[in-house]
Design a binder for this molecule. Sequence first.
Ligand SMILES: Cc1ncc(COP(=O)(O)O)c(C=O)c1O
Length: 467
Amino acid sequence: MALHGDNVPARHSPGRREGNPFLGLANPALENEIIPPLNTLSQHPVPPEVAYQLVHDELLLDGSARLNLATFVTTWMEPQAHQLMAESVDKNMIDKDEYPQTAAIENRCVAILADLWHAPEADVATGCSTTGSSEACMLAGMALKRRWAARTGADPSRKPNLVMGANVQVCWEKFCRYWDVEPRLVPVEGDRLHLGAEQAVAHCDENTIGVVAILGSTFDGSYEPVADIAAALDELAASGGPDVPIHVDGASGGMIAPFLDPDLVWDFRLPRVASINTSGHKYGLVYPGVGWAIWRDADALPKELVFNVNYLGGDMPTFALNFSRPGSEVIAQYYTFFRLGFEGYVAVQQASRDVATWLAGEVEKLGPYRLITRGDQLPVFAFTTSDDVTEWDVFAVSRGLREHGWQVPAYTFPQDRTDLAVLRIVCRHGFSRDLADLFLHDLTSVTTTLQKDVAKVGSSGPTSFHH
Ligand SMILES: Cc1ncc(COP(=O)(O)O)c(C=O)c1O
């Protein structure tokens, strides 16, 4: 077997190998002499141990997922979940006839979510798994567009629009561009950093396919007032205006509110809510990528969007953008539902909210920061520098925290509040109170250093770095 193919350049002369006592298939000395393929395939195979070790070593350069306070996505699962995922990694979710039990498990998850979100007929729930919320939002958006076309007649001169806050996640702008829908972005304004009921209604007209309400906002973790938006749209319809359905983007909050805010009415209890999505891989507590889209009932999902394929055996209805996809995440979702039950989810999500609200309070106490949100809706909070801080900014803090291994994004709010730059902390399962304490220690140290540097150097103005 050749280890050095024609296009596998040696970093050192092979002659050195003789004198190296560590020579073997998977050791650093051998790997020193092989460069992984960058742009073209290598000519020859390498032993699996070598390929494994080199790829593994490169990945050491990634940040630590557990210290990534930027992501909403699950970074820790139990060994039993790892085991189940490894056992099912070879199952294609689409092969429902070959893997009927995986398909049955997917259906159980759909029913569980429909029940959790108070769908009127959860036992005959209408929904599907997806690769994440983005795909779920595309499917829900397509259903809204089809229903609007059916309501208004297929008049090609009419251009459909979708009303949503300027704070929506990029998947909604993608939906609008890919499916030729006008994005009606309601600007954020002053201290209103997400969609308001009055503003949503003011942007609706006969061509509005729906209003997207977010639970909660990616920018700061705040819940949008879904019930108020629904009430305002009810009034609009009652006064002879258009009858506009709501889609709730519960990418994160769809798996927080049912457990921590049972009295908050945001889901199918509101008759105007036609569909809801969530990311199983966020507060659903599963590794990426799994998401869910659930419709109020079969009528909310136009039949022509569902394809029936027979070449997998059986006659299988599918509603998805892609075809093949791993079944392991869906199985991991079911494992987590089964493992935690309602009480388990309450305990895990409450622990994240407790860490978030505690940490937000401690950050506020540091002095030079002002909280935008307090972690009491999503376990997520955003903060900015207080008005008297003029010599450094949130971007410098983000850089400083990276030196301690923490990844905390700094970014500006959307149009009309781009003057507001914040840091955002996502508290997830696995970010324990102990880790939060260590984080606070590092944030304190970064803040003190920035303040001292300013005192030493004098005014140098804020950093020009923008995330
Ligand atoms: C509100 C909201 N919607 C949709 C998405 C997209 O989710 P996914 O990453 O699961 O595709 C996100 C991701 O952060 C989000 O916060």
